[in-house]
Design a binder for this molecule. Structure first.
Ligand SMILES: Nc1ncnc2c1ncn2[C@@H]1O[C@H](COP(=O)(O)OP(=O)(O)O)[C@@H](O)[C@H]1O
Ligand SMILES: [Mg+2]
Length: 259
């Protein structure tokens, strides 16, 4: 069965053509074709080990491509033209080292370093704005290690915002945070899209959470098996068919694809 592709139009931020990536000699993702336009909020779901993190790492230039190409604003991921324009928020954000003492404001300030080398007054303003955007003004002088998981994720998002990143990639940012924090984090990301015109590509195993917020969904399992508006995201039976397996034996783990 052919994968379903319903592609959005608008100014292209990301263009991936015929991408394949091998890790330790094994093909992890292949035949990936993907365009993302400015202001889109794209959610990526798929079973564990299906290549979601690999796709994000390839986009930020951390992995060698076996074939195909990736262009961000028309530049390859390693281009200096992209410095400070891409924000990266990983699940590891909730595991920031506890022994390193760093305040929220200090952490967010580090985001401005990716844009250039010297810290200046306008950076202070950007840091304040980023902290305000994620709602952490009250704890800006508190050590990051003393924050809740949700607050820590916000701090790391603020660090990406301080660099004025226009394209923000998030890998499992909802892990380890409670439901209320999750909902407010999703609202924050939604606002960043609608009010700040940021473009968001977010991987999450939490299908119901991502469905609430993303405009567009991608189902990845080695290759893209569905790409389209969230409203069109297939039910589990159709997904099983797209994956080439019998619906009765559908093995999208309950914990990795919560409905
Ligand atoms: N550093 C690595 N070296 C070799 N294989 C890897 C490495 N990292 C991940 N993999 C393999 O690549 C596949 C996809 O991993 P990953 O992109 O992390 O999946 P996901 O994020 O969807 O869970 C898995 O089979 C995983 O074992
Ligand atoms: Mg992953």
């Amino acid at each position: 069965m052919q994968p379903i592709h319903l592609v959005a139009t608008g100014q292209k931020i990301l263009k991936i053509e015929d991408l394949s990536v091998c890790r330790s000699g094994k093909t992890v993702i292949k035949d990936i074709n993907l365009n993302i336009s400015r202001g889109e909020f794209v959610g990526v779901v798929g079973p564990n080990g299906s290549g979601k993190s690999t796709l994000l790492l390839a986009i930020v230039g951390a992995l060698k491509l076996n074939s195909g190409s990736i262009r961000i604003y028309g530049h390859p991921p390693s281009s200096s033209q992209l410095m400070g324009r891409i924000g990266w928020v990983s699940q590891a954000a909730s595991h920031l080292p506890k022994h390193v003492r760093i305040s929220v404001r200090e952490l967010v300030s580090l985001g401005t370093l990716s844009a250039k080398t010297a810290f200046c007054l306008t950076d202070q303003e950007r840091v304040s704005k980023a902290i305000q955007m994620v709602g952490l003004e009250d704890v800006q002088d508190v050590d990051v290690s003393r924050l809740s998981g949700g607050q820590r994720q916000r701090a790391v998002i603020a660090r990406a915002l301080a660099s004025e990143s226009e394209f923000i990639l998030l890998d499992e940012p909802l892990v380890g945070i409670d439901r209320d924090s999750r909902n407010s984090l999703l609202k924050l990301l939604d606002n960043l899209c609608h009010e700040e015109n940021k473009t968001i590509l977010m991987v999450s195993h939490d299908l119901s959470a991502i469905r609430q917020t993303a405009h567009r969904m991608i189902f990845l399992e080695e290759t893209i098996r569905f790409d389209g508006p969230t409203d069109h995201f297939p039910n589990l039976d159709v997904l099983a068919e797209l994956r080439g397996i019998n619906p009765a034996s559908s093995c999208i783990e309950a914990d990795s694809m919560e409905e």
